[in-house]
Design a protein around this ligand. Structure first.
Ligand code: NAD
Ligand code: UGA
Length: 481
């Protein structure tokens, strides 16, 4: 086996997304001796990664631009030349998307592995010599087996000396804090069967991660730990959100309850902020995948338990929408509602599974006119997310005669608030915490409502000037009926 102990000089990452781009940028920064190629089938995405203007990167992450200034074109390269990158690399990260299957067996739950399979086939065909394959995407347990089977078929001709070793190295970064999470991870997980390959990957991380933070497991524990981690995090959010509803009917305050719970060191304070439900590309899909696997392996009760986490999340969004309609006298048709925040959380321009999408769609279906603002999400993205709903360029183009829900993009909070009957805060952006309510109040149509679904607004200031306030998880204010 001595031929496989070659030095790693070139690595590549297939998939230049939210994970592939930032992860490879941080490896490039910490390992200047490595040449790293991030490749993707999307020309548009790669063009953006190569854009001279660093504000045009396809992913917005604090600190990413500074890292690219130091690495791009030096030891970090972005291209669509996937085959060449595969041929030249001794280690290949698979970081493609793994969405939920839309149709067929397991539709709506099971991971769609078509992208993983496509690039594995390509690796199988194009790789040369010994190659370490690293699963970076979040995958169903035992996917490494599928990858190994495809690789071992060694598609193509030049396959005499082709050998592979498969590792699982799931990513735990959160969007918005990706660079810090990658530079200072709580842990790095490496699962595998071949100690030499594990040590090669470990050596890369040891350039900046302390050895006591690197956990080595078998392949299946590593794959399952990623799904379980996301399920546990999401479960905490659904737990506190279920309590938020209880607070509203009992006079308690969820911020106080969450602080009291979190002070118990066994529970801990993180991930206990109630809100409009978890969004993001992964929590829902990963739990649904876990549910699917539980049922597949005959563990129905376990699957039902985790399904409950998703159910509460959907219920929370539906609950907020119904409260808005209820407070506005049961009718939002032709009413103007400012939606503040469209990304699934602050610090990112990502809208995937954002609670703002589902709540906006429900309000639009009731005939409301939504004026949507977000400091980072572009109107073009919202157009995709609200596909099928009527868009107007600005307030002047709004025609309320047809009773149809419509929306427009507002460039700032003030514009969104003009003539609005209600303001709904759905993302906890910093700038919403310091809104000048005295000024905004002048522009609202009275009686006006402020709905704070993130518990971030200056409530005493809002109440002082006589606006109606509903705050998620608060038994005070106007929540109690
Ligand atoms: P993404 O959609 O942003 O990026 C995936 C990229 O892969 C896309 O640019 C797509 O064009 C490319 N791709 C698909 N098939 C390809 C192929 N055959 N060859 C080359 N490129 C191909 O996805 P993401 O958010 O980066 O997530 C990637 C994986 O990481 C997923 O499994 C996800 O669950 C996991 N993950 C995501 C996060 C996150 O915060 N987004 C965090 C941890 C783990
Ligand atoms: C999450 C995990 O935190 C990462 O560890 C994981 O790697 C990633 O998923 C993934 O696998 O994709 P991310 O989705 O980027 O990261 O964002 P989070 O910070 O976890 O937030 C997810 C959602 O939960 C957001 O909508 C956020 O607003 C919500 N949330 C979070 C709450 O409502 N309350 C909280 O206390 C925390």
């Amino acid at each position: 086996m001595s031929h496989i102990k070659q030095k790693i000089k070139k690595i590549c990452c297939i998939g230049a997304g939210y994970v592939g781009g930032p992860t490879m940028a941080v490896i490039a920064l910490n390992c200047p001796e490595l040449e790293i190629h991030v490749v993707d089938i999307s020309e548009e995405r790669i063009e953006k990664w190569n854009s001279k203007d660093l504000s045009k990167l396809p992913v917005y992450e604090r600190g990413l631009d500074k890292i690219l200034e130091k690495t791009r074109g030096i030891n970090l390269f972005f291209s669509t030349n996937i085959d060449l990158a595969i041929e030249q690399s001794q280690m290949i990260f698979i970081s493609v998307n793994t969405p939920v299957k839309k149709s067929g067996i397991g539709a709506g739950q099971m991971s769609d592995l078509r992208y993983v399979e496509a690039c594995t086939r390509r690796i199988s065909e194009k790789a040369k010599g010994h190659t370490i394959i690293v699963e970076k995407s979040t995958l169903p347990v035992r996917t490494a087996q599928t990858i190994k089977s495809i690789l071992s078929s060694k598609i193509g001709s030049n396959n005499k000396d082709k050998t592979f070793s498969v590792l699982s190295n799931p990513e735990f970064l959160a969007e918005g804090t990706a660079i810090n999470d990658l530079q200072n991870p709580d842990r790095v997980l490496i699962g595998g069967e071949d100690n030499y390959s594990i040590s090669v990957l470990e050596k890369i991380y040891l350039n900046w991660v302390p050895s006591n933070k690197i956990i080595k497991t078998n392949l299946w524990s590593s794959e399952l730990s990623k799904l379980a981690s996301n399920a546990f995090l999401a479960q905490r959010i659904s737990s506190i959100n279920s309590i938020s509803a209880f607070c509203e009917v009992s006079g308690a305050d969820v911020a106080e309850v969450s602080k009291a719970i979190g002070k118990d060191q066994r529970i801990g304070a993180e991930f206990l902020k109630s809100g409009p439900g978890f969004g993001g590309s992964c929590f829902k899909k990963d739990i649904l995948n876990l549910v699917y696997l539980c049922n597949y392996f005959g563990l129905k009760e376990v699957g039902d338990y985790w399904q409950g986490v998703v159910n509460i999340n959907e219920w929370q969004q539906d609950r907020i929408y119904k409260i808005i309609v209820d407070k506005l006298f049961g009718n939002v048709s032709c009413k103007q509602i400012a939606i503040l925040g469209f990304s699934f959380k602050s610090g990112t321009n990502d809208t995937r599974e954002s609670p703002s999408i589902s709540i906006s769609k429900k309000l639009l279906s009731e005939g409301a006119f939504l004026k949507i603002h977000d400091p980072k999400v572009k109107a073009s993205q919202i157009l995709k997310d609200l596909d099928g709903y009527n868009f107007v360029e600005d307030d002047m183009d709004y025609d309320n005669s047809n009773n149809q829900g419509s929306w427009t993009f507002s460039k700032d909070v003030l514009t969104a608030s003009k003539n609005a009957d209600a303001i709904v805060v759905l993302t906890e952006w910093e700038e919403y915490k310091t809104i000048n309510w005295e000024e905004i109040s002048l522009y609202l149509r009275k009686p006006s409502w402020i709905f704070d679904a993130r518990g971030v607004l200056d409530s005493s200031r809002i109440e002082r000037i006589g606006l109606n306030l509903w705050r998620l998880g608060s038994g005070n204010f106007n929540n109690l009926s």
